[in-house]
Design a binder for this molecule. Structure first.
Ligand SMILES: CSC[C@@H](O)[C@@H](O)C(=O)COP(=O)(O)O
Length: 353
């Protein structure tokens, strides 16, 4: 069974409402850029690659209906700017916006409005296929790299948040590595953290694992260190919302403490991310803007209060893992690289290990 977070056919876009999972499978129509903005902001759709794809596809839907009239470039620019502001830490949307804008501006030199709309729509529609293909490469490179350290054994992986089909156009990044290991018959088990406060692990990763028969065990976030000590974890593999030039990586809050714990236990720590999640314009993780989400995500679950009324709350959605703790490597669609090799790899000066 393949889980689809995004359903698209020319002119029509639907997303699986992830707020309702795992209890309800409800697809919602996205008819406009504003619908997409709201779905991204409220986390009906989430995960860095999925955010960018849904944002851009919503633009394609509007363009197909003739949006922008005689001046599609202005409409495209304003739409992309709005979409990029929905969730600031994940770089994929901002990066897609920059590349798409450059493409649209170049096309506008020699094409009329109708032709420009058509070529921008094709550029956007290609994103779906590109993402799935990149994720499969990540899965393959990651699995081979992890297995090279344990030539004959099955492996046990610990992962965080949800980085699977629900967070991407399909297959997934860190969970894609897990999927590849499972397909190769070399996955003993994956431990997935609950991932408070939004519970991407217990609601979404667990849902994907159960649906696909991947051997998985759910743990609370506070059990991670104990699991590393007791459960013979081969590697920790997580996704990324933004990997910057020195390899520092912003990912779901809690990733940083997993990396510290992995280092203490001598367990390789990997980040799995497509190059679209990399941002070489920032030198270090200190420059990454971290999204702070509403207190209600901590103080209630499905509208039911779970915290003392009146308590103050700090709810950063992400943290930054320093590159020194990414000891296994950064798994991309180009290969697996040490943080210190990332810049050279992404600029074509270094090829896969
Ligand atoms: C392939 S998804 C990579 C990351 O976006 C993922 O690890 C993550 O942190 C998701 O955060 P979320 O807040 O659920 O959008």
């Amino acid at each position: 069974m393949t889980l689809e977070s995004i359903r698209y056919r020319a002119g029509s876009l639907q997303i699986l409402n992830q707020l309702l999972l795992p209890h309800q499978t409800t697809y919602e129509e996205i008819r406009s850029v504003q619908d997409a903005y709201e779905a991204i902001k409220s986390m009906k759709v989430r995960g860095a690659p999925a955010i960018a794809i849904v944002g851009c596809l919503s633009l394609a839907v509007e363009l197909r209906a003739g949006a922008g009239g005689d001046d599609p470039v202005t409409f495209i620019r304003e739409s992309l700017c709005h979409l990029t502001s929905a969730r600031p830490t994940a770089v994929n949307m901002g990066r897609a916006a920059r590349e798409l804008m450059e493409f649209a501006e170049n096309e506008s030199m020699e094409k009329n409005s109708e032709q420009l709309r058509e070529s921008v729509i094709s550029w956007i529609e290609d994103m779906l296929e590109r993402d799935v293909n990149d994720n499969k490469k990540i899965g393959n490179y990651g699995a081979q790299h992890i297995l090279s350290g344990v030539p004959r054994d099955s492996v046990t992986i610990l992962t965080h948040c949800n980085t699977g089909s629900l967070a991407t156009a399909g297959y997934g990044t860190a969970l894609g590595v897990v999927r590849s290991l499972h397909t190769l018959g070399r996955l003993k088990r994956v431990y997935c953290t609950e991932t408070r406060p939004y519970n991407q692990g217990s609601r979404l990763t667990a849902y994907e694992a159960v649906a696909e028969g991947i051997p998985a065990t759910l743990i609370t976030d506070s059990m991670a260190a104990l699991t590393m000590r007791e459960m013979n974890i081969t590697a920790v593999v997580v996704g990324a919302d933004r990997v910057v030039a020195n390899g520092d990586t912003a990912n779901k809050v809690g990733t940083y403490q997993l990396a510290i714990s992995a280092k203490h236990h001598g367990i390789p720590f990997y980040v799995a991310a497509p190059s679209t999640s990399c941002d070489l314009s920032l030198e270090s993780g200190r420059d990454i803007i971290i999204e702070v989400r509403p207190p209600e995500e901590l103080t209630s679950i499905n509208g039911i209060p779970i915290a003392a009324p009146g308590i103050e709350v700090w709810n950063p959605a992400f943290d930054v893992t320093p590159h020194q703790l990414i000891t296994g490597g950064i798994i991309t669609e180009l290969g697996v690289f040490l943080p210190s090799e990332l810049q050279a790899a992404l600029t074509g000066r270094l090829t896969a290990l």
